[in-house]
Design a protein around this ligand. Structure first.
Ligand SMILES: Cc1cc2nc3c(=O)[nH]c(=O)nc-3n(C[C@H](O)[C@H](O)[C@H](O)COP(=O)(O)OP(=O)(O)OC[C@H]3O[C@@H](n4cnc5c(N)ncnc54)[C@H](O)[C@@H]3O)c2cc1C
Length: 433
């Protein structure tokens, strides 16, 4: 079938596919999204958005609603695990002062950038979807799984066809043709596999157990509701999922690393008794712990990037293009910046008739940003937490935070605004497009 003149096909209605669609529709480019699930995902995943990614959200109507539904945190801190809370005879000191608060603060970083916006990923995805629908230029087909991609060539009149199968019913197949195709279909990307693009990098040996827990921290400093817990084995993160209510239980996400040698299955790791042992190092308050565990999952983390983000008329964005560990909230956020750069690129190619090879500039820049910024920063964020709490103060960032060294703070914070995003219009001009 002849390609629709301008249409872009996006595979995946996750946050990145939807954000790309929203940005494209706002430049008058029609979009078809094919999503294999019957509805939007509500899985408990990302919660924090900051730096240039927050600025990218701000440039769309999604931001105001996200602000209303979410809340801002002004800082983060690094704490000791409560496992260290033992007296000389190695008895737990749970009813004492130590047991009441969420581990001693090693260092705390206030007022970073414009703060961190907290909103569960499912709610952010829903907000982007509502704005996408409002444009009237995006069709979202739920329950369609893309199984093949056929490229027709690089001439202006050519296009690309996605072969999709209806997931329910008799699995009938249909072909959808557009000018370009975006693989925003997540870490296990079918598009990436169909295009035979390998992932390079490594997977971390330990599993992370994520728990959504209602707990109260009576000694919480409201400025620092997000904590990185420093421990050589059971390191992790504690982040509120709703504004912290003093004097009441608040819903937190506690993500705790397990011993790489732990041979239990994922199902065994998330049994209530196992979760409660992990929470001993993280949840404050007298023992036995007064917490309600409302959800949990065990997962592995990776530092992986696709060898290239472009093949012909197909491009990758978000988790389909790269994966990193959750320390520092650089996953979904990096994808939002891909989406922003990619939509600008397609706007210039489709609406302003710039050469199709501008897609190489997008692909190379986003991979360079991953390799030189996202990958090392997220890796070091993780390794810093997986340290000995007694010597972590020798780390440059922790030392800089403790000593309030402004140039160190600037060196840490500035790249989240300067290095992380890609200004495609500036690059296109620079490269003579
Ligand atoms: C536990 C956890 C915590 C995290 N915390 C954070 C955080 O705090 N901050 C942060 O920035 N990031 C975080 N992340 C990462 C974040 O969740 C991902 O980066 C984000 O979901 C990527 O969005 P995406 O749209 O690229 O992919 P996805 O959200 O995976 O969406 C891909 C979509 O494509 C669909 N799809 C797949 N294959 C096909 C096909 N063949 N045909 C049609 N549709 C298909 C899927 O059904 C899915 O809807 C976390 C991740 C996890 C697992």
């Amino acid at each position: 079938p002849p390609p629709t003149k301008k249409k872009v096909i996006i595979v995946g209605a996750g946050p990145i596919g939807l954000f790309t669609a929203l940005k494209l529709a706002r430049t008058n480019i029609p979009v078809l999204i094919l999503e294999k699930s019957p509805q939007l995902s509500t899985a408990p995943r990302a919660v924090g958005y900051h730096g240039a990614a927050l600025a990218a959200l701000k440039r769309t109507p999604v931001y105001h609603k996200a602000r209303e539904l979410g809340f801002f945190g002004k800082g983060i801190c690094w704490r000791r695990s409560l496992v260290a809370d033992q007296d000389e005879n190695h008895n737990r000191n749970g009813d004492g002062e130590m047991g009441k608060k969420m581990g001693d603060i090693i260092a705390s970083l206030a007022g970073y950038g414009h703060g961190v916006l907290y909103l569960p990923q499912g709610m952010l995805t829903r907000l982007i979807y509502e704005e996408v629908v409002r444009t009237g230029l995006v069709e979202v087909r739920f329950g369609w799984e893309v199984s093949d991609v056929i490229q027709h060539g690089d001439d202006d009149d050519d296009g690309v066809t996605a072969v999709a199968r209806k997931v329910s019913g008799h699995g009938e197949e249909e072909r959808f043709t557009g000018k370009f195709l975006v693989g925003a279909d997540g870490g296990k990307s079918a598009v990436r596999k169909i295009l035979q693009i390998p992932l390079q990098g490594h997977s971390w040996p330990e599993r992370i157990v994520a728990m959504d827990v209602l707990l109260e921290d009576k000694h919480l400093d409201p400025m620092f509701p997000t904590s990185m817990v420093v421990h050589p084995v059971n390191f992790g993160l504690v982040t509120p999922l709703e504004p912290v209510r003093e004097g009441e239980k608040t819903l937190y996400r506690c993500s705790v690393a397990t011993d790489p040698g732990d041979e239990r299955t994922d199902e065994e790791l998330v049994e209530e008794a196992s979760l409660r042992v992990l929470l001993e190092g993280f949840a404050p308050g007298p023992r036995p712990l007064d917490v309600d565990i409302v959800g949990s999952s065990a997962y592995r983390t990776h530092q992986l990037c696709a060898f290239t983000l472009r093949k012909g008329r197909c491009v990758l964005a978000g988790d389909a293009a790269h994966l990193n560990n959750p320390f520092g909230a650089l996953g979904l956020t990096t994808g939002l910046l891909d989406a922003d750069a990619l939509a600008n690129t397609l706007d210039m190619i489709i609406n302003e008739k710039k050469a199709i090879d501008l897609l190489d500039v997008y692909a190379d820049e986003r991979k360079r940003v991953f390799q030189t910024f996202v990958d090392p920063v997220s890796t070091q964020n993780k390794l810093r937490c997986a340290s000995d709490p007694d010597t972590v103060t020798e780390d440059w960032l922790i030392r800089g935070v403790i000593n309030h060294t402004p140039d160190v703070m600037e060196a840490f914070g500035r790249p989240f605004f300067d290095v992380w995003p890609t200004d495609m219009r500036k690059l296109a001009a620079l490269r003579g497009y």
